[in-house]
Design a protein around this ligand. Sequence first.
Ligand SMILES: N[C@@H](CCC(=O)N[C@@H](CS)C(=O)NCC(=O)O)C(=O)O
Length: 219
Amino acid sequence: MSLTLHFHPLASYCHKVLIALYENDAPFTPNIVDLGNPTKRAALLKLWPIGKFPVLEDDARNQTVPESTVIIEYLDRYYPGRTPFIPAEFDRAWRARLRDRFYDLYVHEPMQKIVGDRLRPPEKKDPHGVEEARARLRASYNIIDHEMAAQTWAIGEKFSLADCAAAPALFYANEVMPFGDSHKNVAAYFNRLKARPSYARVLREAEPYFAMFPKEASA
Ligand SMILES: N[C@@H](CCC(=O)N[C@@H](CS)C(=O)NCC(=O)O)C(=O)O
């Protein structure tokens, strides 16, 4: 088996790549990286000095590929299957890439800001940054709610890279700022994502780790 994925089952950007691997039943060796383990952390840093996961290693092509979006593009090109992630037609391809950027930068990133703040010591909290992140999430929910009134997946009727990005971003965003009744189309889209077998499997495998997710401190 030539592919190894270095990841953690709780990590949202790792979910994004796992969805792509499971969509096409791509065979790979999973390597769970516990960043609290100095040896495991050092091994990840050796592969990708930025120290973030997921990272894909491909022995057959002698390549190390970091960054979830790039990993999915790589899988799409070299390990294609029944679900293409980047549409062949350019006008749909740029829309898939744009929506991927949208979910990473305007849903995933503010969600990470809110979660990250929960992990800070009391004297290092950033309430202003968290308020900005909440405002960004609210604006993104409004955009998604409008879009999803008329389509099944992020760029239309076919699943793509953008849906791989959307699923984990929305999962954790809903944990920190629930969609609520005002964003019913976002909730319906997220339910479709959860029913997708690839993502249902990711969530099932993450289940034993969810207790590690930082809860909001009670006032
Ligand atoms: N832009 C990166 C983001 C990856 C990322 O933020 N990974 C998180 C887990 S979801 C991580 O490695 N966190 C550990 C750390 O920052 O030390 C991607 O798309 O892969």
